[in-house]
Design a protein around this ligand. Structure first.
Ligand SMILES: C[S@@+](CC[C@H](N)C(=O)[O-])C[C@H]1O[C@@H](n2cnc3c(N)ncnc32)[C@H](O)[C@@H]1O
Length: 285
């Protein structure tokens, strides 16, 4: 890096500050609903905008808990192992194909309970096939194996049609009961197109794609209507900073008569589970 005085002399310092200023102004307009609609300098309004965006879900949730005391606690559960043979089997299948759902997250604790009659599940859609492309956000790095979880689902659910969807066209494949389709979770039209090509009602939908709240919301908005009554819609890889957002969403879904829970495990990452047409009060039994 050139010394500050040299940068100043050739104008790099001011070019950098102008670019930074433009970036801050752009962020204020992108997060318009959190920015102060009043006078003030760009740096001041930028700091206030970030602060407001950062605390909004926590604050909203405290309002929701005031309306319905204990709401968050009742919607957030920790699952340990059940020790069942299905749980062991699913963990082995996920590990065998190279998916990290069991080894890094213990999500098989939830899935083996939700799919306790694997032969009754006739369709599963998973968004996120697993790319190695380092240019794509949420890639599996070079060590991951594309299609790992889809192959594990094919083995675990003996009757199910398995549908994979991903933004990376290079990793779409067909094998046995597995078929793949392109989708971009940031594009509502692309999700609607995917929804129109699905079987009439899908028993299980899993969002293991981009993992941004915008992608999650679009996916729920476009695909929850395609989820069968008594079926499951799972959003994977939720980390502590996003938990308030999902609990607030759970409250809203509740008002539509749709129950949801946030399940945590003994490893990092939580799963938000929505179950249309079913009560989760006694789940897992
Ligand atoms: C963590 S990987 C999925 C791993 C796989 N489900 C498994 O367990 O074996 C996440 C995937 O999300 C995909 N992805 C990233 N952005 C996306 C988007 N906007 N729409 C759809 N998929 C996206 C990536 O290409 C990547 O393949």
């Amino acid at each position: 890096m050139l010394p500050a005085e040299v940068r100043g002399r050739i104008g790099l310092g001011s070019a950098f500050s102008r670019a930074l200023h433009r970036r801050k102004a752009k962020l204020i307009s992108q997060l318009e609903c959190h920015s102060p609609f009043s006078s003030g300098s760009v740096p001041q309004r930028y700091d206030l905008t970030l602060d407001a965006a950062g605390c909004c879900y926590l604050t909203l949730l405290s309002f929701l808990n005031a309306c319905d005391p204990g709401f968050s606690d009742r919607r957030r559960l920790t699952l340990g192992p059940s020790g069942s043979s299905l749980e062991r089997q699913l963990s082995e299948q996920l590990d065998y194909y190279g998916s990290d759902k069991s080894s890094s997250h213990s999500y098989h604790y939830l899935y083996s309970r939700a799919f306790n009659n694997p032969e009754r599940i006739s369709s599963l859609l998973e968004i996120g096939i697993g790319t190695n492309n380092p240019g794509i956000v949420s890639n599996m790095t070079e060590v991951g194996r594309p299609g790992a979880s889809l192959r594990a689902w094919q083995d675990f659910l003996p009757e199910a049609k398995i549908i994979g969807a991903d933004i990376d066209p290079e990793i779409l494949f067909s094998d046995g009961r597995i078929r793949c389709m392109p989708v971009d979770q940031l594009d509502l039209n692309s999700l609607t197109k995917l929804a129109s090509s699905l079987p009439r009602q899908v028993d299980v939908i899993i969002d293991d794609g981009l993992h941004s709240t915008q992608a999650n919301l679009h996916t729920i908005q476009a695909l929850l209507p395609a989820c069968a009554q008594g079926g499951w819609f799972f959003v994977e890889d939720i980390f502590p900073p996003q938990i308030d957002f999902f609990l607030a969403l759970s409250w809203i879904l509740d008002k539509q008569g749709i129950q949801s829970r946030l399940y945590e495990f003994n490893k990092p990452g939580a799963v938000f589970a929505i179950s249309p047409g079913r009560s989760l009060d006694d789940f897992p039994a």
